[in-house]
Each structure stands twice: as C-alpha cells, then as structure tokens.
Design a protein around this ligand. Sequence first.
Ligand SMILES: Nc1ncnc2c1ncn2[C@@H]1O[C@H](COP(=O)(O)OP(=O)(O)OP(=O)(O)O)[C@@H](O)[C@H]1O
Ligand SMILES: [Mg+2]
Length: 323
Amino acid sequence: MAETKFNLCNKPVVIDEWQQDDTYEGVYPKGARDKSAYFSPQSVEEDCLKPNFRYLFKLSRSWCPWQFWGEIIAYRLGLIMGVEVPPAHIGLSEKYSEGQIIFGALIEWFYNDKQDLYFEGGQFMVQFVKDYDRQRGSQHNFTTIAQLKNLSGFKEHWAGVFTLDCLTGNTDRHQDNWGLIAKGVRGKIIKEPTLYFSPAFDNGTALAYEIIEKNIDKYSDPVVREGYLTNPRRARHHMKWSIDGQETLNFFDFMQKFVLEFPETKPIISKHLNFNKAQVEEAISPLADAVSDATYCLSQKRLNFIIELIFERKELLKKALNI
Ligand SMILES: Nc1ncnc2c1ncn2[C@@H]1O[C@H](COP(=O)(O)OP(=O)(O)OP(=O)(O)O)[C@@H](O)[C@H]1O
Ligand SMILES: [Mg+2]
C-alpha cells in the first residue's frame, strides 16, 4: 500500500485548532495565491505530520478551486520519482474564511527557521544580472544559474527539478520558486556557509490546473493534445536557456540542451523516469475519494487526465533524450 510505504494521508487535516503564525504575512508578501502559515500541535494523530512544526496552508486561485491538488500530486509523484518535494497534504479549515469550508494544500516547511537561513533564487539573479526585473522575471535563465554549478548537488538538483517540472508541465519555476538553504547558520557568523538547494516547492502552476472540467474532453483531439504537450508557447520551463535567449524551447528541447551541457545528468534523469503507471495510480488514486465537496473534489476525470499527461510527457522526454 502506498499509504504505508510513503506515510501518506488521504484524509483532510483540519487545521482550525492549529496556531496561526502571524509572522508569515509580514515575511512573505502575498504571492499569486492566498496562504497562511500555521504550527501543528505538540501531538498529532496523523503519521504524515510533524508535531509542533510550521506548515503553509496554501489555497487555490479562486477560479480553479481544484488547483491545490497539484501540490499534493507533485509531492506524491516526487516520492515515486526520487525528487525531493516538500510533503503536501489535504488541509481543511472552517475558520480561514468566516462561514466557509476551505480546502487547500497543507505544506510542510522545508527548513528550520530557528537554525537555518533561506535565500530565494531571485537574490542570486539580481547579483548576477544587472537590472534584473524581479517582478517579471523575464531574464530568468539557466546559463546564469549555472554560475552556481560548483555548489554541492547542483546537477542532481536541477536534473530532478527539471524532470519533475517537465512531467507535470510546470511553467512557473521562476527565480523565487527555487532557493538555497544555509543550514545551522542563523545567529552565527560564518563566512562561507555551505548552501543546499531547496526541495521543489510551489508546484501548483502545473498538472493542467488551468483546464476547466468541461474542456478536458477537448484535449482528446490528437492535434490539440500535441499542441498542448509540445508547443513552446505553453509547454516550457519558466526559465530561458540563456539570458539573451531568442530560442523557443519546449520542455523537451530544453532538457536536451541541459543533458548536452551536463551529460552526467542523463543517468540521473533516467533513474527519475524509472516508474510505472501502477505506482502512480496507487499513490494518487485515493485522492479522488478524499474530498466529496463538489467545489474542491478531485474528479476521477481530472485525475485520469493528469495521469495520462504525466505518462505522455514521460515518453516524450525519453524520446528526446534517447533513454
Ligand atoms: N514549504 C515551504 N517551506 C518554506 N518556505 C516556503 C514553503 N512554501 C513556500 N515558501 C515560501 O513562501 C513563498 C510563497 O510560496 P509559494 O511560492 O508556494 O506561493 P505562490 O503564491 O504560488 O507564489 P508565486 O507568486 O510564485 O505563484 C515562496 O517563495 C517561499 O519563499
Ligand atoms: Mg511561488
């Protein structure tokens, strides 16, 4: 059972008795989606939760209340692929918004803020690129990021994150959707702390979240489907390959360039791709029965569509990389 193997929780976690972390709003100005941070209680019933630990309760955009499932599915897919994603569970609150039941992703904090320091990718980009536009992120590119290539785990990190993003169709890995953690340095003076890449957080702009239920069938048309999966206008990583990048690379062309530049990553990517449908179905299918609320539920139709897309992208990637 996936549940025991991975310690997954297929029931919503009610957070109404959790302590809200008032510092969060001040530290992180509101992004695209509403969210708040909470601390789990000293004692937690669910095996998947850490006691007395900070979690982010992250809502969907209002027009697509199913979006939060993407964070949970990406976490489960990450477990299967061997790509680190912050644990994400089904969160439920009746207090977040007066008189309303709200479901969202309940995401485990990925560093210890009493001991570690976290730096957003954007903090590096502004150092490397003159006049970097952090609002639009239009200069976000991998060649610049590769200036960090001597950091420990650089190739493994990007091989994993790019593969996950490619399979989930994540178009939003912008400069502040990755970062580096300096462990154990808070309050200390350490000249050159060792930096570690953050896990792949913020996975909600992916997994066909933007396709409303009644349009899912349109993607059965092979032409529409192929365009959706490969047209670089939609199917591409947020970052360009190079700063002046005139190229129009889709996910798969980008991955080819990445492997050409760092050939050692091919076996790593290949390993991440070594999973089958039964594993994904076992881990993800229980989510379709987890919430019955008509607004928030993950429909069987959407779930099937998501799984199909993951496997079609996987095949396209294998073909592009000759794996
Ligand atoms: N699990 C986590 N642990 C620690 N910090 C986190 C976690 N998840 C998010 N953050 C921090 O909160 C910020 C906003 O969260 P996130 O990127 O998930 O939300 P968003 O609203 O979708 O952002 P965006 O504007 O990129 O769409 C992140 O950039 C990161 O700094
Ligand atoms: Mg973000």
